[in-house]
Design a protein around this ligand. Structure first.
Ligand code: APR
Length: 165
């Protein structure tokens, strides 16, 4: 399984599935959530409404609609509250659940944003280390051939490139 860091907008990537950094309502928001809903079109919100929300640490799938990606895996990351309330486990769980969805939907390529490191304020370095370790640990038997860590800002891009070097 190939792991790469790419700088850019996840809604533009030509992969089988993109991961959304959503909230528990799954009804959209700002950041990457806003960008994905804007690019996918209103059918994405209609599909999300039917999912009835999603707990932190879990992820649920919808079609990608007008996105190039066939699927969107809506993951709900933890809000950073200092690190003593299980945030690291919850973040790892997001990545693991998305890899499980990738296997379930026979996805060969999946792109992740840096879940929880924006509005939810999870420290970037810690989050990236958790992301890479969890994805690597879930590779076996997942059927996934390529994982793209989509970095929207320079700092995140540098962190992932160092981790993956
Ligand atoms: N493509 C890729 N990455 C993006 C994009 C984009 N178009 N837009 C933002 N990002 C990056 C941010 O720079 C950050 O590195 O996604 C990462 C996650 O940041 P947020 O989108 O703020 O997500 P998060 O920190 O998980 O907070 C989730 O924000 O948008 C709301 O509804 C969402 O309540 C939820 C919360």
């Amino acid at each position: 399984m190939e792991l790469v860091a790419v700088r850019g907008d996840i809604t533009r990537l030509d992969v089988d599935a993109i991961v959304n950094a959503a909230n528990t309502s799954l009804l959209g928001g700002g950041g990457v959530d806003g960008a994905i809903h804007a690019a996918a079109g209103r059918d994405l919100l209609r599909a999300c409404v039917k999912l009835g929300g999603c707990p932190t640490g879990d992820a649920k799938a919808t079609p990608g609609f007008q996105l190039r990606a066939k699927w969107v895996f809506h993951a709900v990351g933890p809000v950073w509250r200092g690190g003593l309330q299980g945030e690291e486990m919850q973040l790892a769980s997001c990545y693991r659940r998305c890899m499980e969805l990738a296997q379930e939907f026979s996805v060969r390529s999946v792109a992740f944003p840096a879940i929880s490191t924006g509005i939810y304020r999870f420290p970037k370095e810690q989050a990236a280390a958790i992301a890479v370790a969890t994805v690597r640990g879930a590779a076996e038997g997942s059927g996934v051939e390529r994982v793209v860590f989509c970095c929207f800002d320079e700092a995140t891009d540098r962190i992932y490139r160092q981790l993956l070097a």
